[in-house]
Design a protein around this ligand. Structure first.
Ligand code: PLP
Length: 396
């Protein structure tokens, strides 16, 4: 079959391929330690589950408005206004089947072919894939490891802005590095956005997976609300990865354009799932807080164990459920390729991880070698066992 030419430009999320490899080994009876995928092994809070079951019983099984049910759009606007000090109403909210579809829809709605889009690399690989697919010019920026954290490279962003730069993608609380911008960094970024007339996708998938520090969004800074489209998702905060529900939040024109893309693609997001999410937003938050507490304990344990391994250095991120340990010394000593290392580790120990290569095209001159471990889908006991196996493997 001859596929359309544009398919050659479409990337993918190769972490899913790692998952398939790990699952194939598990199916043969091997013990696997799943540090590879950002999926969660924690139950969705009961208010969401009960809300969705009730909605199913009440017959909320037909189409609903393309932009989502008004009650959910209103409740979400209020919730975001509380955390962001913004002035959104339901007109600014377009409910989506997950956070991921917002990336492609943002690009389709706001990027013309040939426009330059600044995006993070290492970063969520779908940015690059969608920019390439829709004929944009993908311009990466990176992060620098400093004082126990990854800092966004604002100088590289500033240097890269040219006459064709139109969009910026910011993923604050970042996958994979866990980088979290300071207020000063966000203010500097806001200055660049304003001065260069940019529009921003604020991918806030991990906005609520924050263990310390005050939440702050670029959209909360003066002049930024009309320039930002937020990617909101129920996946992480409410442990709803498989339910598929999120929202694009931004100026009405952008939200409407994105909803028009829904009319063409999905008609609407799943009706009864929206009622479940509404019940989650309006219900007690103790189970949501419990999810964050569990993740915090896993983070602390995993960081401590990783730093016990000679040749591994791991920062403790303020948020997300990812770790991005520096393994430069080990990999250079053994002269191993990323894939060689990853596959051997998986085959010999069952420890399944991603590497830098799963997070976009590496930039020329990039320093250091990194693995990415997720701890959302693996309990404390398995973290302990898995990281012991990793240590033994590396010491061997
Ligand atoms: N953005 C980032 C940075 C992510 O890591 C993810 C998922 O891992 C998403 C967006 C999309 O998540 P979902 O489609 O489940 O909302």
């Amino acid at each position: 079959m001859r596929l359309a030419e544009r398919m050659e430009r479409l990337g993918t999320e190769t972490a899913f391929a790692v998952s398939a490899e790990a699952n194939a080994l598990a199916a043969k009876g091997r013990k696997i330690y799943p540090f590879h995928l950002g999926d969660m092994n924690l139950p969705t809070p009961s208010p969401v589950v009960e809300g969705a079951i009730k909605a199913l019983r009440d017959g909320k099984t037909g189409y609903c408005p393309n932009a989502g049910i008004p009650e959910l759009r209103e409740a979400l606007a209020e919730d975001i206004n509380r955390s962001h000090q913004t002035g959104y109403t339901l007109e600014n909210i377009s409910i989506q089947p997950g956070g991921k579809p917002i990336i492609g829809k943002f690009i389709q709605a706001l990027m013309d072919p040939g426009d330059e889009v600044l995006y993070p690399s290492p970063g969520y690989p779908i940015y690059e894939s969608q920019i390439d697919f829709f004929g944009g010019a993908a311009v990466p920026y990176g992060f620098q490891e400093r004082d126990g954290a990854f800092r966004i490279d604002l100088e590289s962003i500033e240097r890269s802005i040219g006459p064709r730069t139109r969009l910026l993608i910011l993923n604050d609380l970042q996958n994979p590095t866990g980088s979290c911008c300071t207020r000063q960094e966000l203010e500097k970024l806001a200055g660049l956005v304003e001065a260069n007339d940019l529009l921003v996708l604020c991918d806030e998938a991990y906005f609520d997976i924050r263990y310390s520090g005050e939440p702050l969004s670029l959209a909360s800074l003066p002049g930024m609300e009309p320039r930002c489209i937020l990617l909101y998702t129920f996946s992480k905060k409410f442990a709803m990865t498989g339910w598929r529900l999120g929202a694009a939040v931004g100026p009405q024109e952008a939200a409407s354009a994105i909803t028009k893309l829904n009319v063409n693609a999905e008609s609407c997001s799943t009706h009864f799932v929206q009622h479940g999410a509404l019940a989650g937003l309006q219900g007690p938050m103790d189970e949501v807080e419990g999810i964050l507490e569990t993740l915090r304990r896993r983070r602390d344990l995993a960081v401590e164990r990783l730093n016990d391994i000679e040749g591994v250095r791991c920062n403790k991120p303020q948020g997300t459920f990812y770790l991005y340990p520096n393994v430069t010394q080990l990999m250079e000593r053994w002269n191993l390729s990323y894939e060689g290392f990853r596959k051997r580790l998986l085959e010999e120990t069952g420890v399944s991880v991603c590497t830098r290569l799963h997070f976009g095209r590496p930039q020329s001159g990039e320093q250091g070698r990194f693995l990415r471990l997720a701890y959302a889908g693996i309990g404390a006991e398995e973290i302990e066992e898995g990281l012991q196996a990793l240590k033994a493997f590396l010491e061997r």
